[in-house]
Design a binder for this molecule. Sequence first.
Ligand code: 1CP
Length: 338
Amino acid sequence: MSILDALQCINNERPPVWLMRQAGRYLPEYRALRAKHSFLEMCHCPDLITQVTMMPIERFGFDAAILFSDILIILEALGRTVRFEEGRGPVIDHPLRCSSDIASLKNSDVQKTLGFVAEGIVQLKKRLSVPLLGFCGAPFTVASYLIEGGSSTDLALTKRWMYRDPVGFHLLLDLIAQASIDYLLMQISAGVDAIQIFDTWANALPYRQFGEFSLAYLDRIVQALRPTGKPVILFCRGSSLFAESLVALQPAAISFDWNCDLAHQRKRLGSDIALQGNLDPQLLCAPLPVIEREVNELLDAMEGDSGFILGLGHGILPETPLAAVETLVDCVKARIRV
Ligand code: 1CP
């Protein structure tokens, strides 16, 4: 069984399992390392990238590793640095507020500015026995951080710019999309086996604007990667709302939020796309028998599906108990064949 088989919809064993943010703060070994280094330091150091990416594989035996980094690291190729502040999340100085600010961005060679990521990937490929997922943020989601200057609940500044000055907003998205393509091609040359694109803030957009300001750029990225033959997984918060448009881009897989019934999505979307998801991350804070029941319900609902990857609808919560993750992985691994 390999996640690469499931991504081609040809897996006839148990479904593969991995979790978004599996290399993160819920792990005591991550927190111990993090006590000695800042998050950015960790993202910049190939040895630490390797060490953290391996942590959840070594502890739980997940079927895929995801590169330890962040969707905002790409801003360094655009001449911006991001800081991660305790309790506040990412902070970007001098946020962009209108199209004339776009000139303050640089368009540097990703190999030069983000070569440490490629070095981490090369190291990881020597050590890993499971496939490695590379990633980037969707241009709309990355743009929202550049405009808001950090996390925001309503994306007010981003959406106001989008409505006021769509031409300028497209210029910004275009720049980020090009950098993202270069960045992903670098990750692929370094050795990643598949790519996931995170559009965390897609669900802030109305349906029509999602098509114009997010989907169009996801399409560009997916098409640019097509010649590499590497599978692409699209994750949007709100994937179930946008599923038909996402399928039209012909990615290898769509990663779903917990608001939809995955077996129903399978009926709706046909059999030649892999489906990933879609447990609620809060489920992993429930009593273990509840986790067991819900994981088995999902496994039953997707039984026999050769393109199913079991995971969460969004990132694992920092407060998740280790025993919950063990229970989840045990339930999946107890299935011999689908
Ligand atoms: O303090 C710390 O130790 C840093 C916490 C942390 C970690 C472990 C951040 C800050 N990012 C990460 C790692 C990370 N981020 C990975 C690593 C691989 C993995 O295990 O999955 C990945 C893939 C991401 C992706 C990411 N970063 C997304 C998209 C996925 C999602 O969760 O929606 C987003 C939106 C970010 C921005 C970001 N970075 C960090 C935080 C706390 C945030 C979210 C801020 C917000 O809610 O706006």
